[in-house]
Ligand binder design. Sequence first.
Ligand code: IVH
Length: 487
Amino acid sequence: MYTPERTRELQKLSESLLKSKTSNLAGSLNSLREVLRFHEYRYYILNDPLLADAEYDQLYKALEKIELEDPSSITPDSPTQRVGKGLTKDFTNVQHLVPMLSLENSYNADDLIDWDRKARELSGLQKLEYCVEPKFDGASISLIYENDLLARGATRGDGVYGDDITTNIKQIRSVPLSAPFATLGIQQIEIRGEVLLTKENFKKYNDQLAAQNLPPLANPRNAAAGSLRIKDPKEVSRRNLEAFLYHVSYHIPVEGKNETSKLLTHGGCLEMLWEAGFRSPMKEKKVLQGIDAVIKYCQEFEEGRDNLPYEIDGMVIKVNDVPLQEKLGMTSHHPRWAIAYKFKARQATSKLIAVEFQVGRTGSITPVAKIEPVPIGGVTVSSISLFNEEVIKEKDLKIGDTVLVERAGDVIPYIVKSLADVRNGKETAIEFPTHCPVCGSKLEKPEEEAVWRCNNFTCPAQVVERIIHFTSKDAMDIRGVRRRQCP
Ligand code: IVH
């Protein structure tokens, strides 16, 4: 996207713009925008910023000020144009240029070998070239760029129609507001990808919810999907969403011009997207000959899954040659030229044996589900926080229920749902206590709160939790103080 020379030029230009007074910058509007776009790219796509945050802010504020003084100078792809004004009323339903299909799933090497055999038979080739990349566990989106400008962003919806979420998409800093498609011979392009939250940002967000005594979001996937449908663009911006773009579903060439030959292979499409300033799985993808190499790469990737900063739930294997993809075509549900290889599930079913009520440092009462121990993703899970009474009601949990449990990566385990259809009638309701299980004080709950509390400051459970908090790493950092495990 930026050659080393261009990088040096833009860095020099940034330095001189930083030294100028805002009042002198009005004549440098284009440079200012170009420099800001460049630094956004360094920060959000390459993860390698060349400016301090405050320096970026200084340039951004200068641009804002100039545009405020002369609104006629604003261009739709100006870095200031991400910020949405006001609230979105309703998302309008829009039709995708090409339907968004789902992928066939495979779970082991044999499934992949079968799929490869069919694809070879249909294509009449001995060995196929595949492009293999991660299957991002987020919410899928479809973007349209016209004459280099981001024209529309939509959710998947039912695959044919989705919701127009352009304003929210603009809050995702790794989605460029404009991209140089015309120089690649492309007038209009529809691209597909996945919006996600990194594990770190997901945790940060849940910590904020916890600080407000709100139940956390279940997993990064739900968090991403929910975030795209928020009506306040500023809140969407605060969530720090990211987007990976991995598929060109449609394009129209510029009249009288040949489009880039990169579009002829899937790997080439990923390269083209990367060079146009998108975050595509350029570094994660691998072009491989034959299914055996594919299986090996999938297994390697699965082993390293926990080291990635975001969640993936498998790999996607795509026939690399785009004309061959077209020849293979699709069934009514999914393309024949691609398949998902799903990693081992991080879900399991178990039995809800009991619910215990724990007293926190501030007296909050947290229900904790005790389940029959079950291994999920290499860890045995037997205890799961239920957060508050609302969660129990919402999920309609009963003692004796079979429950579906999920543990996504580093994320704490949670109960997805109870399987009400397999109840035998012996299940019993979960009684929320009226008195503190430790000191016996009457529990209280202010109207507007979700959490019941023991308001006895000398409650032994609270005292212990306060000491633990006081000695903890983030407070006094006194080592060696531990909660004794009572028999
Ligand atoms: S390709 C026509 N590539 O998985 C092919 N999909 O069940 C379009 N997904 O709805 C999909 N990572 O949301 C593709 N690298 C990837 C993907 C990916 C995640 C999602 C996508 C799709 C679902 C398929």
